[in-house]
Write a protein that binds this ligand. Structure first.
Ligand code: ADP
Length: 585
């Protein structure tokens, strides 16, 4: 049955009656009448196109993409054949989610039409209206699993599913991958890893779990936290196998030991992982359906997941499937939604990607999913307010301090994010400056981005820097001198800071960035169990519905530690994929 469907989808013959395309036929002779064929490499196999032409018209286009990704290759074949017919040129828009197959179809059609004597430039110049203004196509696709969202969690799950050889579709509502994951700058927390062992760092899964619970004010779901800690070293090993190594370990707020794993070259972990995940997905021949937003989850009479409805740019889709993995991220970019749960946050800037609008939460709720900690929204303490750019925790972790407009420190800068944010909000004007030196800039690649964006004030002297910030120069000088003394003694009698004190701030030039808190992470979301199954308000799993990443609640409790978002998406992305595979079997 499945085979038959694939054949139907991938071997498409579009016959145009002379009547349908005869209006305003070009007078000139464009082709030597006959039937011609062309071929071009798709993802897996050569794609074949056969065209039948009259003297001045493309009459028939037949695309054989059998052997390409069955679902999307089939759609590409159908849509592209129709588009070429309608436009009367091979140069038509590619099909979202099947770009490689689409390009192969264009190349093969071009070859066939050139054999027919066509000048493609002339066909392009005579391009016909493709009728895009008409009603949207309604397309139904059979597959096994639908992943909704191509951020870190969705891409992790997609790699796992492809490696398991299962048919699936991955939808992404934006024209690009990555979501909030791209913005993760610090690293990934993991314990008992081979990197820690090689570097002589003593850590344990129990300590990682305890730190996470403490950081989250013990509001976290302890069973999810235990799974995260216990699976973290395995997740680091898995990242190694797909070329996404995170060997550089440092300190991050709320951790008892050096546990945050980052890329070797000092680049931001999120952009690094998204890049590596994308490369792996391309290598595996996975195509993401971009600009396609899931709008509804479908269930059968027994309440089991049986499909997803989605809206693409030029088509509405119904995916028939056995399981869904929700990987839609959080809702930090949806002011209406976060103010519904936290009216006090109205008007706060957000560091979130535009796709973080809570769609997955709303869709799961419609099926009765339970929500946990939905009002727990994390403010990040170091957000540049004019650009919403997040200044990574590593700047403080590597030795920067925070001062207020009075030029004084006011907190242990490496307390948890909620505590540092609260301390900033108590300062005059509700903002602060993060201060660092050239030595720190030399060691942390992320800083170049801030300098390039023009966010930094810079001076050869501390006094000069103070003047630029409108701070009393002598006060800032004294604050820095005092701090450098504390670094020398490895003791901070003012605020009890004991980490991020490996280097003093004595190498000019000196830098400052004005920062304040911004909405960073929505810790609440749909309730899942340790198998990443979504749980309904009656405490029962919704059969076939799995979720991973920021769309879920429970892992982070009342406050997420830096480095735990990436741990969450990789670890639970893998678990959700495995559970969905087990379920459909
Ligand atoms: P996580 O860290 O949990 O992976 P991200 O924010 O990195 O979350 O990624 C979530 C992705 O899901 C984003 O790329 C976002 O654009 C996408 N997304 C959100 N809602 C939908 C939807 N309704 N349909 C398809 N993709 C969605």
């Amino acid at each position: 049955m499945k085979k038959l469907l694939c054949l139907f989808l991938t071997l498409v013959l579009v016959l145009a009656s002379a009547a349908a395309f005869s209006e305003a036929q070009p007078e000139a002779t464009l082709f030597t009448p006959g039937t011609y064929s062309g071929e071009a490499q798709g993802i897996f196999v050569p794609v074949k196109v056969m065209v039948k032409v009259s003297e001045n018209e493309i009459v028939t286009v037949m695309v054989d993409a059998t052997g390409e990704t069955p679902e999307l290759g089939g759609i590409a074949a159908e849509k592209m054949a129709m588009s070429i017919m309608m436009a009367q040129t091979p140069n038509v828009d590619t099909v979202s989610g099947a770009t490689v197959t689409s390009k192969a179809i264009i190349a093969a059609a071009t070859e066939a039409l050139e054999k027919a004597g066509a000048d493609i430039a002339v066909l392009d110049a005579n391009r016909k209206d493709t009728g895009n203004s008409g009603p949207k196509a309604e397309i139904t696709i059979d597959t096994e699993i639908v992943i909704i969202g191509a951020g870190g969690a969705g891409m992790t799950a997609a790699i796992m599913l492809r490696q398991a050889g299962i048919d699936f579709v991955i939808l992404e509502k934006m024209p690009y991958v990555g979501g909030n994951t791209t913005k993760a700058t610090g690293g990934m927390n993991a314990s008992e890893t081979h990197y820690q062992k090689e570097q002589g760092i003593v850590d344990s899964n129990a300590l990682f779990a305890a730190d996470t619970m403490k950081g989250g004010h013990a509001l976290n779901d302890a069973s999810l936290v235990a799974v995260m800690a216990n699976s973290s070293a395995g997740a680091i090993d898995w990242l190694d196998t797909i070329g996404a190594e995170l060997p550089k370990i440092s300190f991050s707020g709320g951790a008892s030991v050096n546990r945050i794993h980052a890329p070797e070259d000092g680049s931001g972990v999120g952009a690094f992982l998204v890049d590596r995940f994308s490369a792996k997905l391309s290598e595996l021949g996975v195509e993401i359906m971009y600009n396609t937003a899931a709008t509804e989850l479908l269930t059968d009479a027994d309440g089991k997941i049986c499909g997803v409805k989605a809206e693409g740019e030029d088509a509405s889709y119904t995916f028939k499937c056995k399981a869904v993995i929700l990987a839609t991220g959080g809702f930090g970019a949806n002011e209406e939604m976060y103010t519904q749960y936290r009216p006090d946050l109205k008007g706060t800037v957000t560091t979130n990607a535009p796709g973080a609008t809570g769609d997955g939460i709303v869709m799961a709720q419609a099926l009765g999913a339970d929500l946990v900690d939905i009002e727990q929204i994390q403010l990040h303490p170091t957000v540049e307010q004019t650009t919403s750019m997040l200044i990574t925790e590593s700047v403080r972790g590597d030795g920067a301090i925070l001062v207020n407009q009075g030029g004084k420190r006011f907190t242990n800068e490496l307390l948890t994010r909620d505590a540092v944010s609260a301390a900033e909000l108590e300062q005059e004007g509700h903002y602060a400056y993060i201060i660092f030196d050239q030595n720190l800039r030399d060691h942390l690649k992320a800083i170049e981005k801030y300098v390039k964006a023009g966010l930094t004030a810079e001076s050869e002297t501390i006094e000069g820097l103070a003047e630029q910030l409108g701070i009393e120069p002598a006060v800032l000088k004294e604050t820095l001198d005092t701090w450098n003394g504390y670094v020398k003694d490895q003791r901070d009698p003012d605020f009890g800071r004991s980490t991020g004190m490996n280097a003093d701030l004595t190498t000019p030039p000196y830098y400052a960035i004005k920062i304040a808190p911004g909405i960073h992470h929505t810790m609440g979301g749909v309730k899942i169990d340790t198998s990443a199954q979504v749980i309904n308000t009656e405490g029962q799993p919704i059969p076939g519905l799995f979720a991973a990443g920021e769309v879920c609640g429970g892992v982070h409790g009342g406050n997420r530690l830096g480095g735990n978002a990436v741990a969450d998406i990789v670890i639970f992305g893998r678990i959700a994929a495995q559970s969905a595979l087990d379920y459909i079997k």
